[in-house]
Design a binder for this molecule. Structure first.
Ligand code: 13P
Length: 249
């Protein structure tokens, strides 16, 4: 049985005060979440605050991106070992907003996958098609290419040490969720791509859904056989909403 992982991606939102309020709310309600693991991925400037406030709680934390480089003259970048120093368990990589606004390629994201693992953290590896790609009928081709980039660079066994987040780009922040059937179809397809390289990894890897998941639609999405959790943007910014997704699992 795969675990359910519900992770919040706060993106570039929050302040020290709002994050304290959010984490206080999550800590107060986390006991009610019995079937899922919960995590929050914070802007890196707040990781120290988050680490301090979540120490000893059942909620894990992570970052939203990482440099491919270990150290050196890379102004503005943050390395995996720096993130790990704060006790981070996860780092999101390859989010569509990084792919779109920062030109991140499949190869670059595949490099980040290994960098996160080598530092002792778990990558949350985001993939997904744009609206244009879905309308062209190439959703499967796109997600297969994105997953294959990691398999080709590192092998399926390494892929199996991460978490995949399938996030159709047209569903992110739009209020348009993929239907449970649409999401399930792609999740099953992703597993079939991985199975060609390693059936055991395909069976065991957590594949989260992301894109306008909220307290109202989480139960239907999470009840699909190949959906093992969620990567939540907007609805992770309010403690009751995020906890309600956790209790839907
Ligand atoms: P929303 O839940 O706001 O659609 O964002 C999803 C997402 O991009 C999580 O990484």
């Amino acid at each position: 049985m795969r675990n359910i992982l519900i992770a919040g991606n706060w993106k570039m939102n929050g302040s020290r005060a709002s994050i304290k309020e959010l984490l206080d709310g999550l800590k107060a309600g986390i006991d009610k979440v019995t079937n899922a693991k919960m995590a929050v991925c914070a802007p890196s400037i707040y990781l120290a605050d988050v680490a301090e406030q979540l120490a000893g709680s059942a909620i894990s934390w992570g970052a939203q991106d990482v440099s491919t480089e270990a150290s050196g003259a890379y102004t503005g970048e943050i390395s995996a070992s720096m993130i790990k120093e704060f006790g981070c368990k996860y780092t999101i990589i390859g989010h569509s907003e990084r792919r779109t606004y920062h030109g991140e390629t499949d190869e670059l994201v595949a490099k980040k996958f290994a960098v996160v693992l080598e530092a002792g953290m778990t990558p949350i590896f985001c993939i997904g098609e744009t609206l244009e790609e879905r309308e062209k009928g190439i959703t499967e081709e796109v997600v297969a290419r994105q997953v294959q980039a990691v398999i080709d660079m590192h092998g399926a066994a390494v892929l199996g040490k991460g978490v995949i987040a399938y996030e159709p780009v047209w569903a992110i922040g739009t209020g348009k969720t993929a239907s449970p059937e649409q999401a399930q179809d792609v999740h099953a397809f992703i597993r079939s791509v991985i199975a060609k390289a390693d059936a055991g990894v395909a069976e065991n890897i957590i594949i989260q859904y992301g894109g306008s998941m909220n307290a109202g639609n989480a139960k239907d999405l999470l009840s699909q056989p190949d959906i093992d959790g969620g990567l939540i943007g907007g609805a992770s910014l309010k403690a009751p909403d995020f906890l309600a997704i956790g209790t839907s699992a």
